[in-house]
Design a protein around this ligand. Sequence first.
Ligand SMILES: Cc1ncc(COP(=O)(O)O)c(C=O)c1O
Length: 387
Amino acid sequence: MPSSPIRKLVPYAEEAKKNGIKVIHLNIGQPDIKTPKIALDAVRNHDIEVLAYSRTEGSDSYREKLAAYYSKHDINVSSSDIIVTTGGSEALAFTMGSILDEENEIIIPEPFYANYNGFATANGVKVVPVVSSIDTNFALPPISEFEKKITSKTKAILICNPGNPTGYLYNHNEIKQLVALAKKHDLFLVADEVYREFAYDGKQHHSILKEEGIEDHAIVVDSVSKRYSMCGARIGCIVSKNKSVIQTALKFAQARLSPPTLAQIAGEAALATPQSYFDDVITEYVSRRNLLVSELEKIENIKIAKPSGAFYCVVELPVENSDDFAQWLLENFNVNGETVMVAPAGGFYASEGLGFNQIRIAYVLEKEQLVRAVKILKEGLQQYLAQ
Ligand SMILES: Cc1ncc(COP(=O)(O)O)c(C=O)c1O
């Protein structure tokens, strides 16, 4: 198994903290936004006497309300098209297990969420990357590049929309091209849409489930983690109209018995979160993004992919090895007792040697901290390059 590029620097951060250094975490997508009270109250106020297993596929009432949530997003699915999982992570693991055999190939535009590689490795599946470029803000690479990579072993294409780590939101035309490709070559199209609500600048999110004729190919991976700032609830789901995919995923789900009962109660209640919550959260993230980008632009010789969704930003730095730089920031550098932790981007690529001059920044901090963090990063970069 590959180690997580986001978590592998943790021991250095812990050491820095032991030495009295305050570490500002730009490395991990743990939002600081409050969980909707309605979700927490549902857990506080329940009258359960036995904390029992739930149904393997998730409680009926939760899945019915989830179907209603999707229908509000113009996605026409029923509760039987949904399996509740222990986070989007388990949805990804079940999806890969259900649609891919050992030695099959899955095509993924890179950079991608690093754990895709982990889940593929666990299933003996080969990730075949198609490179997207920081120069286009990581837009969908030409469809011909995907087509070149299709072999008899290719079974699926996986996208993350909006993207982690790229922050890129695919436009409708890009989604339509992917749908056409999946249909043409009879491939599964898996979309990780855990950041669905986080679409900025008036842009629309386009779910693959809204496209016609893709019903048998489309699988959506979803999660409450980021949507409601409920990462610790560990609730997600798989959504697909393909009955055979759902039946197969259900067997994986049966092996782990059931998703967490209390967290499903919280997830179900969270579905009643008013739109005003999302409006406020999105306003906050947009202003953080704008501030982050304008602060980063003050650093010379770097490239920034301006995100239009999610809460991540990939930055290209004038360094040869961002793993080394990120470690150095933790081990050898501080400004008035503070340093920053960033995620080196090499682990977000499957192609050998790519991404080693890039980092990912998660803008899940308050603005005042973000400004300080970028100043520290700027000074760190100057000192690191001057060595
Ligand atoms: C793109 C993406 N997919 C899936 C996940 C898994 O999330 P969880 O298991 O918390 O639902 C994450 C978490 O960061 C993510 O960024």
